[in-house]
Design a protein around this ligand. Structure first.
Ligand code: ZN
Length: 216
């Protein structure tokens, strides 16, 4: 059984990031962060959505702020709903409500007052909140890929912002990468699938872009 309290603490407790030595720095570096739920709150309030792409436009910052606000609202209402179902009243502050969700949920599970299915569903939901926050904190760099989607054959899509390439690659340097087709929604996640996509696109692929991702 995965403890719900652990999933909640990933949102409510300070955490540390350990960076390995690199060219500029000897030894490991530890970076202390505030609780993720408070980092989300900061994103709503500030106008400085952290972007690895750099040079963020005002429009893009607003997009991040409103995405952070929507996520906050979602977590707030779902956490309150979970506590109400447990017969407990939420706290005034969301961070305290989340702590209570973890403690109460595990306690109810331990006495079989909550089913295993309900418990693991709630744990999965809290883990998804964390993943959603991390996506906002560390947005991927985006690159358009020239070529037709193997799934639907489209190479371009039309959006309210204008025409763009259907295939867009996303990457988090040194961590993960993925590509989406914005016409049909198909997704390629990870180096192997991206490679398969690249070889399918063949001569028509934008190999410069794919190679920039370490895939070409
Ligand atoms: Zn497609």
């Amino acid at each position: 059984m995965t403890a719900l309290v652990d999933a909640c603490q990933a949102l409510t407790e300070p955490w540390a990031e350990i960076l390995p030595p690199d060219d500029d720095r000897q030894g490991y570096q530890v970076i202390e962060h505030k609780p993720r739920i408070l980092m989300l709150a900061d994103m709503i309030g500030s106008n400085s959505g952290r972007s690895t792409a750099g040079g963020s436009l005002a429009a893009e910052r607003n997009l991040i702020n409103s995405a952070a606000f929507d996520l906050w609202q979602k977590i707030d209402s779902q956490a309150k709903e979970a506590l109400n179902l447990m017969g407990r009243n939420p706290h005034r502050e969301l961070i305290d409500t989340l702590r209570l969700v973890g403690i109460e949920g595990d306690a109810l599970r331990a006495t079989n007052a909550m089913t295993e299915i309900a418990h693991s569903r709630l744990t999965g939901r809290v883990e998804k909140w964390r993943a959603d926050i991390e996506l906002l904190l560390d947005p991927p760099t985006k690159k358009e890929i020239i070529g037709a989607c193997p799934g639907c054959g489209e190479s371009r899509v039309y959006t309210p912002e204008g025409e763009m390439h259907a295939l867009i690659a996303y990457y988090w340097p040194g961590k993960d990468l993925a590509a989406d087709c914005h016409a049909c929604g198909e997704r390629w996640q990870g180096v192997d699938l991206l490679r398969a996509l690249g070889s399918h696109l063949g001569a028509e692929a934008d190999y410069v872009e794919l190679r920039a991702l370490g895939v070409g």
